[in-house]
Design a binder for this molecule. Structure first.
Ligand code: AMP
Ligand code: MG
Length: 487
């Protein structure tokens, strides 16, 4: 596809103009010496933007918010949120801006958004800035998630600003350009509800239906149908996280989208050894957002969404609550169905196998993996080899050989399909030690390790020669992995 270089980019201001209560017009901070570090060229093409133009001075000015296209109104969005269970009525984009909406090559409306673009009225004590490494982290992990087929916000580019950011040490600053189907969060609705503005709440719900869940418009109770559509999207999303071993790390209600896209790659990590209690975030001492808690937390967040939407469900408060409770009950059913279907696919048993035989196999697996500290990604990928007749790579991952031999024998008797397994069990995920290695090199000016990691994770199911180290678990001396928020 050839795309003419635009003199500017057609960016709408629908959110800014429809929701003045939730949008503070704002300008990005100046970037003294902007330098493009990475660009997702295929995403640029999807958006109808010429990658060559984006790499040039005008494109880079757009990507740091220095050039605002005609008709666009960059805004900081207001939202509330429960952070680690505590309600904060006014959070909002402290260091981010919605530049506006654009229509992609497929006719879909997408948000173009900047992160790390300077202090806004929502910045509280923060400096409004972001460092190169965490923005590249969001770029790599979101790229991997998209390639895995998991709904996610996308990263278009990371531009180093030439400004120093003060953290524990001085660090190079950067701006991430992010693309999403939309930036509405559970916290957006919490903000409208807390403001006590019934008209705003209704308009926001109508907007969410129009942009994300059109099917709800024709339902008998459109707002309840919106709630159920978000439940369905989040149940499917979190099931995908669990199946691939993704730990989001900070599932506050301001970090849960209405669109069903994964958002906010702060303290996230991919599971190493399987463990429901796995926590990587430096601040999650109680393990609220541990790997195994994610479905329950999603459900808790959706209950907060229900509370926000109650006035739209029914005029009678008791009736409204009853409707909300009934709808929320659908989360577990949907989650369990998505997870079970996904697990059968991971085990190569996607057909319609005998549930009475498959279910115990699925139920026994977590304890087996946990007992032997088995690497989640390596296990499922190696299992296809066992289906082909070579169980040794799987056996090497276990301490308790008798238990896994018995399990594999019963599983193989069901005739698993190894080729189908290879299409759902990735060989390459952004392993924590590889991400850290690539980011450390990038901060020192060497972008090659980052490029190689992106090559591996952008095509996660296709095992390629020369990429062995991208498929291998972390070396022992990597130690316990710790991630950080808001850096
Ligand atoms: P997060 O943990 O990234 O979801 O951020 C939570 C809230 O803190 C959001 O309102 C962010 O905009 C805000 N925030 C995080 N880092 C900064 C920063 N360096 N400066 C200003 N606001 C920030
Ligand atoms: Mg956030």
């Amino acid at each position: 596809m050839s795309i003419a270089p635009p003199s500017t980019v057609a960016l709408g201001n629908r959110f800014a103009s429809e929701f003045p209560e939730l949008a503070v017009p704002w300008q990005a901070a100046e970037a003294p010496d902007p330098r493009l570090l990475v660009l997702d060229e295929s995403l640029a093409a999807e958006l109808g933007l010429d990658p060559g133009w984006l790499r040039g001075p005008d494109g880079v000015r757009l990507l740091v918010g220095a050039a605002v296209p005609d008709g666009a109104t960059p805004v900081a969005q207001a939202y509330a949120g429960h952070q680690f269970g505590g309600f904060v009525p006014r959070l909002g984009d402290g260091r981010a801006l919605l530049l506006g909406e654009l229509v992609d090559a497929g006719g879909n409306v997408r948000d173009l958004h900047l992160k790390g673009s300077g202090r806004t009225p929502f910045a509280r004590g923060g400096d409004g800035l972001a460092a190169v490494a965490p923005m590249l982290r969001e770029f790599v992990v979101s790229r991997a998630m998209h390639a895995l087929g998991i709904p996610t916000t996308r990263s278009l580019a990371v531009v180093a600003t030439g400004r120093t950011v003060r953290r524990e040490t001085p660090l190079p600053g950067a701006v991430l350009a992010r693309v999403a189907a939309g930036h509405l969060r559970v916290g957006s609705f919490q903000y409208a509800r807390a403001a006590g503005d019934a008209d705003l709440l209704r308009r926001l719900a109508d907007h969410a239906i129009d942009r994300h869940h059109r099917g709800a418009a024709g339902a008998e109770r459109p707002y309840l149908a919106l709630f159920e559509a978000v439940i369905a999207a989040q149940a499917a999303l979190v099931a995908r996280w669990m199946l691939v071993g993704f730990v989001h790390g900070v599932m506050n209600t301001d970090n849960m989208t209405i669109s069903g896209e994964t958002i906010d790659y702060g303290p996230c990590a991919f599971l190493e050894a399987f463990d429901p209690a796995a926590v990587y975030s430096s601040i999650d001492h109680a393990g609220r957002y541990a790997y195994g808690n994610q479905p329950a937390i999603a459900e808790w967040n959706l209950a907060r969404l229900a509370e926000s939407l109650l006035p739209l469900f029914h005029d009678d408060q008791e009736r409204a609550v009853a409707l909300a409770v009934e709808s929320l009950g659908g989360f577990r059913t949907r989650y369990d169905a998505a997870w079970s279907a996904g697990m059968r696919a991971k085990l190569g048993l996607a057909g319609d196998p005998d549930r009475a035989v498959v279910s115990p196999l699925i139920e026994e697996l977590p304890a087996l993996l946990l007992a032997s500290h088995v690497d989640h990604t390596a296990f499922f990928r190696a299992l296809a080899g066992a289906a082909r007749g070579d169980a040794e790579p799987v056996r090497r991952l276990f301490i308790d050989l008798a238990a896994i031999d018995d399990w594999v024998a019963r599983w193989r008797a069901l005739g698993p399909n190894p080729d189908a397994m290879d299409r759902v069990n990735p060989v390459y995920v952004p392993r924590n030690h590889l991400v850290e290695e690539a980011l450390a090199a990038a901060v020192e000016g060497d972008l090659d390790p980052l490029g190689r990691l992106l090559t591996a994770v952008a095509d996660p199911y296709d095992e390629r020669p020369g990429l062995d180290r991208y498929a291998a678990p972390a070396p022992e001396d990597f130690g316990r992995y710790v991630t950080y928020c808001g850096t």
